[in-house]
Write a protein that binds this ligand. Structure first.
Ligand SMILES: *[C@@H]1O[C@H](CO)[C@@H](O)[C@H](O)[C@H]1NC(C)=O
Ligand SMILES: *[C@@H]1O[C@H](CO)[C@@H](O)[C@H](O)[C@H]1NC(C)=O
Ligand SMILES: *[C@@H]1O[C@H](CO)[C@@H](O)[C@H](O)[C@H]1NC(C)=O
Ligand SMILES: *[C@@H]1O[C@H](CO)[C@@H](O)[C@H](O)[C@H]1NC(C)=O
Ligand SMILES: *[C@@H]1O[C@H](CO)[C@@H](O)[C@H](O)[C@H]1NC(C)=O
Length: 524
């Protein structure tokens, strides 16, 4: 009975207003199309999520606004989309100001002529963004890198596509906007494959067939990020992202070929948690001494650089050795370990042309080269490689020497933690350094996207001491005191290694010389 009535209602409504309905739908579609199209002249025709929502909401809002005047039927909620639309047609839409955004048109289930229940699926919102940008950098005359994160399932289960577009300012000024923009396929690199969470890191490499903005008249790099049917197979939602703007005369084209400003550049990964300011103080003093005057350190604060940590970095910031980047806002987007893969890639591309060598390691790790060599001599000997990895010396974070008993509180971490894990046959993480101009993307333990050679045979030339578990511990490290050169503790063999302990005095003097007593009062 009800079915019968529904059908009748449908026929009545649809039948009598068929002509008007057709006209209205056509008009609406045409309007939306034209509106969308106008935005993209002279660029290519695409539909972005916001345009789509705008058009949908226009349809549904006019319906909502008008339903009271015509609809007396109690079955309103069971009407299908088409039927709802048909109610719109019964009165001509009045001239109203642009409607406020409203939820998209809801489809409801209905019974088809064959008696089959046609179910409806209504999407609401989107749980992960299509693309979140962190930075976009020019990498040469015709090439750019866009660094960001994107919905991981979108990349894992479908094939979103990227298109890069260059819009020159002069074209716009002189050419009444008809000249075609230059476009190219955006080649995506996923450096944290297998690690991402809600978001995964995406580097889009935009390499155009010809140099752009060479007269320095300005222009814009646009990224068209298309879901290409991932997320909703019926839609190719394309977000148009203004990734980079080059104002007139802003590009220094010499940097791509000239000698880099620094010999050694440190790109730190995301610093997070309740970091021990004393340990950070020791680390930065050690490495400024180690790398010397032609070095620079970029520290990324994901919440770890609290007031006391900032105090120990401040003197080095003032001397120009350290740049602090506040990246706390990335915490809103759930990626692997505070989005560290995005952060190191941003650092790589942002400072690519400022550094001869770039190092990637953590603030509980200390790079070391044997006496008689220097960091310069070692890197010169490795210059044919664009990347090399560095062997780890794992240091125990609680075993100390009994000679220090009672005096450990005043001693530096590298001074008192002297027992090295010498267990054999374990594959340990390595850290690495690169000649950044040859890299397109980077990882945390090494880069897999570079030109040129990589070597792992650096034993005896360079290594790093790793004091795992000390950087976020704000208590005295020494828990056990030993009085031997070799021991087994927790089934792991240890040997006394005083390499860095022996340097502590020199580092302390260096710190005093460079920044005086400014950080003398630092506590654990
Ligand atoms: C449209 O109709 C629905 C249900 O019939 C009602 O809840 C809603 O308030 C109406 N809208 C307006 C703007 O009157
Ligand atoms: C929808 O239709 C069914 C069956 O005809 C009816 O039982 C139900 O009350 C209707 N729902 C609304 C909200 O009118
Ligand atoms: C993009 O990739 C090309 C080809 O692999 C490379 O030559 C270029 O340097 C890359 N661009 C950037 C900015 O990394
Ligand atoms: C989606 O649109 C983009 C351009 O916006 C295009 O490059 C891509 O090929 C389209 N994908 C599909 C599956 O049609
Ligand atoms: C450590 O050993 C040496 C020699 O075996 C001994 O002279 C010294 O007293 C010991 N020190 C402590 C603190 O046990």
């Amino acid at each position: 009975m009800a079915k019968e009535r529904e059908k009748k209602l449908f026929t009545t409504l649809f039948g009598s207003y068929a002509a008007e309905l057709k006209l209205l739908i056509t008009t609406l579609l045409l309007l939306c199309t034209v509106a969308t199209f106008l935005q993209f002249i002279p660029s290519r025709f695409t539909i972005s999520a916001s345009d789509l929502r705008f058009c949908i909401s226009r349809v549904s809002t006019s319906q909502t606004l008008l339903n009271t005047t015509t609809n007396t039927n109690t079955n309103t909620n069971n009407l299908t989309v088409t039927e709802k639309l048909s109610t719109v047609t019964s009165t001509p839409p009045p001239n109203l100001p642009p409607p406020p955004p409203s939820p998209p048109l809801v489809q409801t289930e209905h019974v088809t002529e064959n008696g089959i229940i046609k179910r409806a699926f209504n999407p609401y919102g989107s749980a992960a963004y299509n693309f979140i940008t962190m930075g976009a950098y020019r990498g040469g005359l015709n090439t750019f890198a866009i660094i960001g994160i994107a919905s991981k399932p979108l990349h894992l289960y479908s094939k979103p596509t990227y298109e890069c577009e260059w819009i020159s300012d002069t074209d716009a000024d002189t050419n009444v906007g008809v000249r075609d923009p230059v476009t190219t396929v955006g080649y995506k690199i996923l450096p944290d494959w297998g690690y991402g969470r809600v978001y995964t890191v995406v580097i889009v490499n935009c390499t155009f067939p010809k140099p752009l903005n060479t007269d320095n008249s300005g222009g814009k790099l646009i990224l068209n990020a298309a879901t290409s049917g991932g997320g909703d197979t019926s839609l190719n939602i394309t977000d148009r992202i203004e990734a980079l703007t080059e104002p007139k005369n802003s590009v220094d084209f010499n940097i791509f070929t000239s000698k880099p400003k620094y010999d050694y550049f440190y790109c730190g990964s995301s610093l997070y948690g309740n970091l021990n300011p004393q340990r950070v103080r020791e680390w930065i003093a050690y490495h400024v001494k180690f790398f010397g005057p032609s070095s620079h350190f970029v520290i990324h604060d994901a919440g770890g650089v609290h007031e006391e940590v900032y105090e120990v970095l401040k003197p080095w910031i003032e001397l120009g050795y350290v740049t602090l980047q506040d990246i706390r806002d990335q915490e809103r987007f759930d990626g692997y370990y505070h989005n560290q893969f995005m952060v190191v890639n941003d650092c790589l591309h942002r400072y690519k042309f400022m550094a001869k060598w770039m190092f990637f390691f953590d603030v509980d790790e200390y790079i070391y080269v044997p006496p008689k060599s220097t960091i310069k001599s070692v890197l010169d000997s490795l210059s044919e490689y664009n990347q090399f990895t560095i062997e780890q010396m794992p240091m125990n974070a609680k075993l100390c020497h009994s000679a220090d008993y009672g005096k450990t509180y005043r001693k530096w971490g590298i001074e008192k933690l002297v027992y090295k894990d010498v267990k054999k046959g374990i594959r340990r993480d390595r850290k690495y350094a690169v000649q950044p101009r040859s890299l397109f993307a980077t990882g945390v333990h090494m880069s897999q996207n570079l030109d040129g050679k990589t070597t792992h045979k650096t034993e005896g030339r360079i290594k790093y001491f790793h004091y795992h578990g000390t950087i976020a511990q704000r208590r005295e490290s020494c828990k056990m005191f030993l009085n031997s050169t070799a021991t087994t503790y927790d089934k792991t063999p240890y040997e006394l290694d005083t390499t860095l302990r022996d340097l502590a005095g020199v580092i302390k003097k260096f710190e005093q010389k460079m920044i005086g007593n400014k950080v003398q009062k630092t506590r654990l």
